[in-house]
Structures are given as structure tokens and as C-alpha cells.
Design a protein around this ligand. Sequence first.
Ligand SMILES: O=P(O)(O)OC[C@@H](O)[C@@H](O)c1c[nH]c2ccccc12
Length: 269
Amino acid sequence: MKTKTQSISECFQTLKGRGECALIPFITAGDPDLETTTKALQILDRSGADLIELGIPYSDPLADGPVIQAAATRALARGVTFDQVLEVVSDVVPTLKAPLILFSYYNPILYRGIRAVLTRFADAGVKGLVVPDLPLEEAQTLLDIAAEVGIEIILLVAPTSRSERIQAIAEKSQGFIYLVSVTGVTGVRSQVQSRVQTLIADLKNSTDKPIGVGFGISEPKQAQQIAQWGANAVIVGSAFVRRLAENSPAQGLKEIEQLAQDLKAAVSS
Ligand SMILES: O=P(O)(O)OC[C@@H](O)[C@@H](O)c1c[nH]c2ccccc12
């Protein structure tokens, strides 16, 4: 079934009109395999995901914690390639209503050429891109080319960023701003630090753009707290990746369906 997918900005406009906080799950492409990835994207899409993040496995995922690093290693060990991931994306995007955001480290993009890669991403139906290790000083080239092909580049704000840097990132980020809630790498934390409330409030004071909060969120009550603090989106990665990693594909798909439903209910309550 072909559906016209909204841009990220349009999606957030719709959610804002409904006064809703978005759920954005992240999974690693190719773990446990590309067939399961396709099914997982469709299940997440119908189980509450408003946008979906898909990670392209990379050999040196420096911003990732152990769960996502292990997922990337397994996918690469299976021989999953950049091209195969784009093929899956091309096939599955027309069946999704949630805009798809790709996660790729900078090297695989630079190596293949920014314009060539972004054109391929756009042709595959990708609506957004996060490049975790993109230096802000080099972001403008990527932003300009992405704007030409209709992809929104989401930039990350670290909790340790100084206010003038936060301002610069907020101005350049497209679609939404990714507020990293804790210092360090991705991965489940036992609780959300109360300082996240201040981080969200401070960022809201300096921009009208939607704010997505990620890192360490794995439980519905944590997601609910983040939404209550005013986040426009809650991003959850490791908790989804772990469920696919620790179970059979069929059981993993069942568990991510339940988790997505529980998290979406929590951020909507
Ligand atoms: O895994 P967590 O703690 O739920 O955090 C989301 C994170 O996984 C996802 O957004 C992500 C995956 N890889 C990244 C690299 C950098 C920043 C963010 C990410």
C-alpha cells in the first residue's frame, strides 16, 4: 500500500496540532537480518511510532553503547552492506506512514560522496538523516545539499554543550533538534536524570523547533516523564535493539510491538 510520507517538519506540525508527543524508535538495519528489519519497521509503524530511526551498521560506532555496537557488529558479520540497507529502505518506505530517519556515521557518506549518497537516500524515500559524528563546522555542506534533495538533517545537542553552541546547532538543525539527555554513549540508564527537565526548558527558551530527547530511555514511565517535561519526541534505541537481539526474530518482533505500544501510550498520557 503506497502512502505519501510527510516530511519530518510536517509530521511534527501534525503532532503539535494534536498536542501529541512523538515516539521515535531506533533499530539497527540487518540485526538479526534484513528480513526482520523490514518486518520490524512495519510493526513499529503500526504500533505507535510517529517517526522511525534506522541505523546503518558501521565498524566504528563511537557514539554507540554496547547494545547498539554489538548489533552493528552482528549485522556487518552477516555481510549487511550499505547498498542492501538502501534496498530495504526503498522497498519498505512506501508501506510506512512514519517518516524514516537514517543514521549513518560520517565516513561512509564522505567516502561515497555527500551529493551522491544524499541523492540515493532521497530516491529511497528517506526523510531525515542523523550523522552522530558530524562536526558542526562541516555541517553546512551537508545541510545545503540535503536541502536540495529534500532531506532534513537533524543535529545533536549534547548536555555539556555551551549555550552559544546550542544556539548555533538549534538554528541549523532541521526537522527537530536531538537533545542527548546524558553524557556518554547510547544505552539504557536506570533512571532519567532530573537535570533533563532543565535541559529541555533551556532549549525551549532558545528555539521554537521541536525537541526530541534520547539516550537512556527504556521504560514507559521514563518516556512519560520526558514527555511531561515538554519534549516533542521521545527517542528509544537500545531497548528495541536489545529485544531483537535477545530473542528469536518472531519473539523479538512481538516484544518490540508491545514496547512501542506501551511507550506511545505513556507519552500520550
Ligand atoms: O539507545 P538509547 O540509549 O535508547 O538512545 C537512542 C539512540 O540509540 C539512538 O537515537 C542512536 C543510535 N545511535 C546513535 C548515535 C548517536 C546518537 C543517537 C544514536
